[in-house]
Ligand binder design. Structure first.
Ligand SMILES: Nc1ncnc2c1ncn2[C@@H]1O[C@H](COP(=O)(O)OP(=O)(O)OP(=O)(O)O)[C@@H](O)[C@H]1O
Length: 249
């Protein structure tokens, strides 16, 4: 079953035609990787999936993004959409507050006051983000005291606490060292059981390791997409072949 379906999507930043007639199905509870050279539109496409581009002045979008059968550009309340489609950014961006409050933040903003509900959600989210054991004795200390990799897992916990259905990740490990990257990749293997994940990555090895499906972009076009093993082992298009073999990029 497809969780998201992008149909004939075009996006313009002013005169820059950044996404050209993109159609892409994103299956539920799988990891879909978006790959391609710098500036090809990967992050732009990712941001169309929870309407983050709406915040950019001069942006024009046409085409459809269907989420569980509803067109998110027509039928959906944007605030509600962003709770269902959460996002993790390239650089860990914890809030200047305690570890506990970072994870509880979204629930508190929704008006949840019940301490037991907050405690349970914080624990459950930190466990799902594979961070609980490392922080359970220091929940009330500042989030900035965590390492970069721990901060990124905290941001994942903060996203999970909102109980999203989809998690968008924009190069979530590019600011992390190999050990922290390895932890996050292992975590994604767990998360895919529960969430639909779309990840932008510059690392072809990462795409190979963690994704079920891969989509290759080139100058605003979706050149091809399919099973990750097919894209890397038997690409149909010469541009994909050139990119995955490291000839350019
Ligand atoms: N906020 C913005 N305002 C105007 N133009 C933008 C904006 N964001 C991206 N662009 C342009 O849209 C095109 C696609 O950019 P995008 O960031 O989506 O590519 P990318 O494939 O994610 O690149 P990278 O791998 O370098 O992050 C580029 O030409 C870029 O300059």
């Amino acid at each position: 079953m497809n969780k998201l379906e992008v149909n004939n999507l075009n996006l313009f930043y002013g005169d820059n035609h950044a996404l050209k007639n993109i159609s892409l199905a994103i299956p539920a509870r799988q990891v879909t990787a978006l790959i391609g050279p710098s500036g090809c539109g990967k992050s732009t496409l990712l941001r169309t999936l929870n309407r983050m581009n709406d915040l950019v002045a001069g942006v024009k979008i046409n085409g459809d993004v269907m989420f569980d059968g509803s067109n998110i550009y027509q039928d959906v309340d944007v605030k509600h959409l962003r709770m269902r489609v959460g996002m993790v950014f390239q650089k860990p961006n914890p809030f200047p507050m305690s570890i506990y409050e970072n994870v509880a933040f979204g629930l508190r903003a929704q008006g949840v006051k019940d301490k037991q509900v907050l405690d349970d959600t914080v624990e459950e989210s930190l466990r799902s983000a594979a961070l609980w054991d490392e922080v359970k004795d220091r929940l009330n200390t500042p989030a900035f005291g965590l390492s970069g990799g721990q901060q990124q897992r905290l941001c994942i916990a903060r996203t999970i606490a909102m109980k999203p259905e989809v998690i968008l990740m924009d190069e979530p490990t590019s600011a992390l060292d190999p050990i922290a990257t390895h932890k996050i990749e292992g975590l994604m293997d767990e998360l895919r059981k529960q969430f639909t994940i779309v990840i932008v990555t510059h690392s072809m090895n990462q795409a190979k390791r963690i994704s079920d499906k891969t989509a290759f972009f080139w100058m605003g076009e979706l050149v091809e997409h399919g099973e990750t093993s097919q894209i890397f082992n038997q690409p149909r298009d010469q541009r994909t072949q050139g990119y995955v073999s490291g000839e350019f990029g």
